[in-house]
Design a protein around this ligand. Structure first.
Ligand SMILES: Cc1cc2nc3c(=O)[nH]c(=O)nc-3n(C[C@H](O)[C@H](O)[C@H](O)COP(=O)(O)O)c2cc1C
Length: 236
């Protein structure tokens, strides 16, 4: 007999198993603020193409009506080298908590993301008590590189987005030979890369509108409810 004839769940499944409903995903009727997007980039260079791309992305998001913040990674110490009370750490964590969506843009260095990019992500805790500064946010990933087209860096950022339990949108931007794509003032020249950037920001904005106000329910997990219930019983 096919073992799937028995469709019952195991007896150890807790009563915290609740069938998801569309009602619980209903959006709030109104929002008192514009979608909040935090943008992070991964370079400290004066003429940084990842910063230029990030700023260009921010302009598009502003045009859509978002509130944007770009974190300046200068003077952010290496993760673990100073207490959490360091002003740059406090600033970064507060911005991540504030955000409803994020953009991460790293240069490709030796086929990977930069230390500057990773260091920022390493400072953002997955969970701090009841506070979850990254979970449930939307995320768009972008990279710039000096060489020919590559996706190493966006792939790594995508992996990190999953790790931080963010909703990473399918579209992404990878600007090859970035030194050819920006003018003296740091503005992006017309090209298919710019068109793609608009597509990516449009998609991020749409997904942020779709998910905002629903994040608590979307990140509410059976296993955590079960753990909490067991914890409450043990306290009695
Ligand atoms: C040490 C080092 C390693 C690099 N590795 C790569 C690489 O693996 N692939 C690539 O396409 N470009 C590579 N580059 C070029 C950078 O991606 C490029 O200069 C980029 O614009 C740097 O970002 P930024 O302008 O935001 O500082 C490398 C550059 C440096 C200095």
């Amino acid at each position: 007999m096919n073992s799937f004839a028995d469709t019952s769940l195991p007896s150890f499944v807790g009563e915290q198993l609740q069938t998801p409903t569309l009602e619980q995903l209903a959006p709030p009727q109104t929002f008192d603020h514009a979608p909040r997007i935090l943008l992070l980039y991964g370079s400290l260079r004066e003429r940084s193409f990842s910063r230029f791309l990030t700023e260009e992305a921010a302009r598009i998001l502003l045009h859509f009506g978002a509130e944007v913040r770009i974190f300046d990674p200068r003077d952010l110490p290496m993760a673990g080298s100073v207490p959490d009370s360091h002003p740059k750490v406090v600033e970064l964590r507060a911005l991540s908590l504030w955000s409803e969506g994020q953009v991460w843009c790293s240069p490709e260095r030796h086929g990977a993301i930069t230390a500057v990019m990773k260091n920022q992500i390493d400072w953002i805790p997955l969970e701090q008590g009841a506070v979850r500064p990254s979970q449930g946010r939307t995320l768009a990933v972008m990279q710039v590189s000096g060489g020919s087209q590559s996706f190493n860096t966006v792939n790594t950022l995508r992996l990190l987005g999953r790790w931080m339990r963010m909703f990473t949108i399918p579209n992404q931007s990878s600007v090859a030979k970035a030194y050819e794509e920006f003018d003296e003032a740091g503005r992006m020249k017309p090209s298919p890369y710019y068109e793609r950037l608009v597509d990516v920001m449009e998609e991020l904005y749409k997904f942020t509108l779709l998910l905002r106000g629903r994040t608590d329910y979307l990140t509410d997990r059976y296993s955590e409810r079960k753990q909490q219930a067991a914890h409450n019983i043990n306290k009695i």
